[in-house]
Write a protein that binds this ligand. Structure first.
Ligand code: C5J
Length: 225
């Protein structure tokens, strides 16, 4: 058992044998210029900036032998898993399923739905396509975690207040201990990220803990943060 004394709201006990890393939606459509995120008017450079930090967390998790799960928010080509309430939201220049510069927006198998190449999954890692914000909804995530014997999840990815926070809350409700790598997650809106991080660890860690990637990596690999 390792400890992260600087975790918030208080020290986090980390048992690598029963912990998995989940990297949420580090996809080209959210992170690269010309993708879905940019079409909604967002500044994608904020999300691009965390790629090296997420890579460092992935490296530490892989070195420690943690199961690694990557998620991709995307839909079937026939859009049968895309409710109109999601497709018709707002007035974006591109809607989910429309042809864009990186193929059809947020459609499984299209270039834009891919994980950015710097964070490409390794053979043997789980890659889950999810139609919702939360990674437990309409996916086999629970089955994979049961198979791994996972009790705790480390979270990274985008966006903090949407798919990351939703998945953390789903995990918390299912009994998983949740730790967010706060510098390996990002939002298009700095205030939303700050609020989500505060909400997660408020009230004695009502959803979970937060710590930096350096602190988590040190706990995983036996180094110092
Ligand atoms: C959004 C996500 N923001 N991965 N998706 O629509 O957070």
């Amino acid at each position: 058992m390792a400890s992260i004394p600087g975790a918030l709201p208080f020290a986090f006990d980390l048992d690598p044998a029963s912990t998995a890393l989940i990297v949420i939606d580090m996809q080209r459509d959210f992170i690269e210029p010309g993708g879905f995120g940019a079409s909604l008017g967002n500044d994608v450079t904020r999300l691009q900036a965390i790629i090296p930090t997420v890579a460092a967390l992935l490296l530490a998790a892989r070195q420690a032998g943690l199961p690694v799960i990557h998620t991709r928010e995307c839909h079937r080509p026939d859009l049968s898993d895309l409710p109109p309430a999601k497709r018709d939201r707002g007035t974006p220049t591109l809607r989910i399923g429309d042809p864009g510069p990186m193929g059809r927006v947020l459609i499984a198998g299209e270039p834009g739905a891919d994980i950015v190449p710097e964070l490409a999954p390794l053979p043997g890692e789980i890659v889950l396509d999810k139609p919702g914000k939360g990674a437990f909804y309409a996916t086999p995530l629970s089955d994979h975690l049961a198979q791994f014997g996972t009790k705790a999840l480390i979270f990274a990815g985008v966006t903090t207040e949407v798919c990351v926070q939703t998945t953390m809350r789903e995990a918390n409700d299912r009994g998983f201990v949740c730790l967010l790598a706060e510098d390996a997650t990002e939002s298009y809106f700095p205030a939303f990220k700050a609020a989500a991080v505060e909400m997660i660890r408020a009230q004695g860690g009502i959803v979970g803990w937060t710590a930096t990637t350096a602190e988590i990596a040190a706990a995983l690999t036996g180094g110092t943060a």
